[in-house]
Ligand binder design. Structure first.
Ligand code: DGL
Length: 265
């Protein structure tokens, strides 16, 4: 049985786990949420650099995956290479879908919604230089949207107006009114895709990285046995103690994780 371990700060990576399960129903997709250190988007680069490689190595020692998926743009755009050098299995990152957005835009203006951390990364500027030359990219960092998404997937009501207050400024700055494609560059945001779409002007298309990450995982995974029975045995791991397990349980159960364990990392 081939196992993937999908890792994020919280529940956002469940959108990637979901894409992966749809692409490969015979793969066992374990999940890890660093709930004890959530949210990543407002942490300093130094704090994340210090934590991520050892944490990922520790999670691999516990879950024994064949492939590790960093289902977090904030972590991937900072520490992907450090994590790769710390573990001995293939590591797939999640980075903003600038390339497909650049291919799709007709107006030539792309919006990017991400965490404040991802927005200030040189990695994002490099993606723009490589894949969106000649296009205009308008960025907006929002920690508020992460919080709203996390609350929504944990089963709490969220106010559509609060989502709109985070999204509308993207379209209010220079060139904002020309944006026709918005990159959801945080894995939490597809959890509230409908609310984000409702806050965008009509006709704006939302793009995320879920299917592209799933395809890359399948390219790098060892050969799978199509007859093996998959995610029934999947486990979710949560950091930060039992209180975080309890808080995340509704989200994890919603995505099919019945077996949930606290890890002390
Ligand atoms: N889900 C993460 C991402 O894709 C970040 C959320 C957080 O701020 O922890 O960037």
């Amino acid at each position: 049985m081939v196992r993937a371990l999908v890792f994020d700060s919280g529940a956002g990576g469940l959108t990637i786990a979901d894409a992966l399960r749809r692409a490969a129903p015979d793969l066992t997709v374990d999940y890890a949420a660093d709930a004890g250190f959530f949210p990543y988007g407002v942490k300093s680069d130094a704090e994340l650099r210090d934590r991520l490689p050892d944490l990922c190595a520790g999670l691999c020692d516990i879950a024994h995956p064949d492939v590790l998926v960093i289902a977090c743009n904030t972590a991937s755009t900072l520490s992907l290479e450090d994590i790769r050098s710390r573990v001995s299995i293939p590591v797939v990152g999640t980075v903003p879908a600038i390339r497909p957005a650049a291919l799709k835009t007709r107006s030539g203006v792309i919006g990017v919604l991400a965490t404040p951390g991802t927005i200030r990364r040189p990695y994002l500027s490099d993606l723009e230089t490589m894949f969106a030359a000649g296009k205009t990219v308008v960025r907006r960092g929002s920690a508020g949207l992460v919080d709203l998404a996390e609350r929504a997937v944990r089963g709490q009501e969220i106010d559509p107006q609060a989502v709109a207050e985070e999204v509308v400024p993207l379209f209010a700055g220079p060139d904002g009114e020309k944006i026709d494609v918005v990159v959801l560059a945080c894995t939490h945001f597809p959890l509230i895709r409908a609310e984000i779409a409702a806050a965008c002007p009509p006709g704006v298309e939302l793009i995320d990285s879920g299917d592209a990450v799933a395809r890359q995982v399948l390219r790098l995974s060892p050969p799978r046995d199509p007859d093996a029975s998959p995610s029934s045995a999947a486990t979710a791991y949560v950091t930060g103690g039992i209180a975080n397990l309890v808080a995340m349980q509704p989200a994890l159960k919603r995505f099919g994780y019945e077996r949930i364990e606290v890890v002390d990392l």
